[in-house]
Design a protein around this ligand. Structure first.
Ligand SMILES: [Ca+2]
Ligand SMILES: [Ca+2]
Ligand SMILES: [Ca+2]
Length: 259
């Protein structure tokens, strides 16, 4: 079973507001054909593959729709303190909910310029809260889900960039993608590189013919082992959460049961 979805870029106000260049820099391949009418595979018939190589990831999506990217550049975080954002900040514009352990923050370096000298896109990075206190080392886990047209939704790909994952012995970072029933479809953990490194990691769900299918309903991200600005154990920030057009689960006559 195949089904279609429209995904004209103009629907996203952020693109219209001048963020399209950032979106393109964030890894959106030039669509080989029109986004409207793109054919997704049946989510039940797909398997999931991980990519640490951005080019290979984009190749797996080649000619298929365009990626949507949350690059956090719309947040004014030019002051010294991290800026809190709501988990539904990108719900209307991107159909995505980004939820930290208790809160969510954006800042260029979270007070650690040696670890975060530059962002993968623009100047802003993301990190989950809560901020560390004298008795609590704060948050380091993020849940990403998708909602559209009043329904939870699935995506055929998800990628994110981990920044400064350089102390795995103090806390492993990981990325897991979950299916509609909450089962883990794919997971990578323990990856690391040098100080201030930027590690791309993406998952693509495809059928046997390589056609992407919207099988990913939730993404769980572990970024380090403490609030990103604590500087005691493993501090890791995130940027550029990208995914193919979310497809609502309950689409009568398209997904069948729609339950
Ligand atoms: Ca950014
Ligand atoms: Ca570091
Ligand atoms: Ca680190």
């Amino acid at each position: 079973m195949h089904f279609t979805v429209s995904c004209t870029v103009a629907r996203w106000p952020l693109a219209a507001a001048g963020l399209l260049p950032a979106l393109l820099l964030g890894g959106c391949p030039a669509p080989a054909g029109p986004c409207d009418g793109a054919e997704f595979a049946d989510p039940a018939a797909v398997s999931v593959e991980a990519f640490f190589d951005r080019e290979e990831f984009e190749l797996a999506l080649a000619g298929f729709s365009c990626l949507v990217t949350v690059d956090f550049e719309d947040v004014d975080a030019s002051g010294p303190e991290p800026v809190g954002i709501e988990s539904d900040r990108y719900l209307e514009s991107h159909f995505v909910r980004i939820e930290g352990d208790g809160s969510q923050y954006v800042h260029p370096d979270f007070g650690l310029p040696d670890d975060f000298p530059e962002a993968p896109s623009g100047t802003n990075l993301f990190a989950p809260g809560p901020v560390a206190t004298s008795t609590d080392s704060g948050g380091f886990e993020t849940s990403v889900t998708f909602e559209r047209d009043g329904s939870i939704a699935g995506v055929a790909s998800f990628s994110v960039v981990f920044v400064d994952a350089d102390r795995p012995e103090q806390g492993e970072s990981s990325l897991a993608v979950l299916g509609q029933d909450g089962g883990v479809l794919g997971e990578e953990s323990g990856f690391f590189a040098g100080n201030a490194s930027q590690i791309f990691l993406g998952f693509v769900a495809t059928d046997a013919e390589g056609r992407p299918g919207p099988a990913i309903y939730e993404v769980e991200i572990v970024s380090g082992s403490e609030w990103v600005g604590l500087d005691e154990a493993e501090d890791v920030a995130l940027d550029d959460m990208s995914f193919l057009d979310p497809v609502p689960r309950a689409t009568p006559g398209v997904l069948g049961s729609g339950d």
